[in-house]
Design a protein around this ligand. Sequence first.
Ligand code: MG
Length: 232
Amino acid sequence: MVGTDTNVGKTYVGCLIVQALRKRGHRVGVYKPVASGVGEDEQWEQSDPYLLWQAAGRMASVHLVCPQNFRAPLAPPAAAEAEGKSVDGALLRDGLSAWEPLCDLVLVEGVGGWFAPVSDSDLVCDLATEFGYPVVVVAANRLGVINHTLLTVQAVHHAGLHVLGVILNDPFQADRQDLSTRSNYRYLARFCNAPILGQVHHGQTELPDHLTDRLLKRWEQAEDSAVLGGGA
Ligand SMILES: [Mg+2]
């Protein structure tokens, strides 16, 4: 799962997907190769790794969800540098394999957007291409989303990965002055070269059934194409 940008609601949407798939009987793992902006104490319980772990029913250990966390709200290599460390490129990859015996599929949450750096030598797209999973694109319903989404979908296709579809997320603090929020879905559906799976709103506690149905159908099609492994 990748975002069209940072702060588009990947974790929120990811948790809804994980809960919906568990409800349909799947054993779902969750993996975030690296996280930044992760504090301690109360902040920890609002962090991406913790929220994903909770959505997965606290399976395994939260440290398996995200083996590398850094405090500064920066791209991971810069956040690591601020602590005098560097992101472990091998661990970014090896951390995923710990989930394989535990679940039927793993939801991997990206970091920032498709071309965001995750280490001194890797971008999100490099890891996603190595993992080879089909991709869900999460986009925030705000002005500019059409351009961001079309660019992201094109880049994922260019990497040779299957795009399961786009989920449009109404942001936490929706800008009521942003008139584009009323028409973005329609224009995305018209121009995007991947299905728009549906829309989610702030404060939803469940993924709508029709959205889960579409997601699973697309996932089965991706598996049938026999190029890709499991994953959402
Ligand atoms: Mg997140």
